[in-house]
Design a protein around this ligand. Sequence first.
Ligand code: CA2
Length: 149
Amino acid sequence: MARQTILVLNGPNLNLLGVREPAIYGRETLADIEEACLELADTLELDVDFRQSNGEGQLIDWIHEARENADGIIINAGGLSHTSIALMDALSASDLPVVEVHMSNIHRREEFRHHSYVSRVARGVIVGLGGHGYELALEAMARVLATDA
Ligand code: CA2
């Protein structure tokens, strides 16, 4: 049987992980997180398509394409989580299960990070557990897909 595909999307500035601000985001790079996701996905018998863009339009285009190419979306939309109704609308229109991830605990940080538009359309949200949050999101997505099937 063909494997299901999870699109893992990363928004603006996440390409800087491990290079700047290690006190907030740790020393893991996005490439390290991708590697861990690919390894775990294999044991879960899922395919992972891991991407990052600094562009809101690019992320929205990828979400539109996911309707055809993916079975679920894991997203850390970075700062766009707190601002982008367009991204929220695209996720909602995809009709795919969405799990939101934040490396940092956004609720312990500045007030403007406490609200996420993405959360409104997400099945679940994982915050504050660093790169491990992506692995937890993958496990959660595997369960959601198995339960919804
Ligand atoms: O905690 C998270 O994962 C965030 O989504 C990260 C975003 C931030 O705007 C959100 O509020 C929470 C920032 C993306 C990473 O930005 C960096 C900036 C400098 C150095 C390293 C990463």
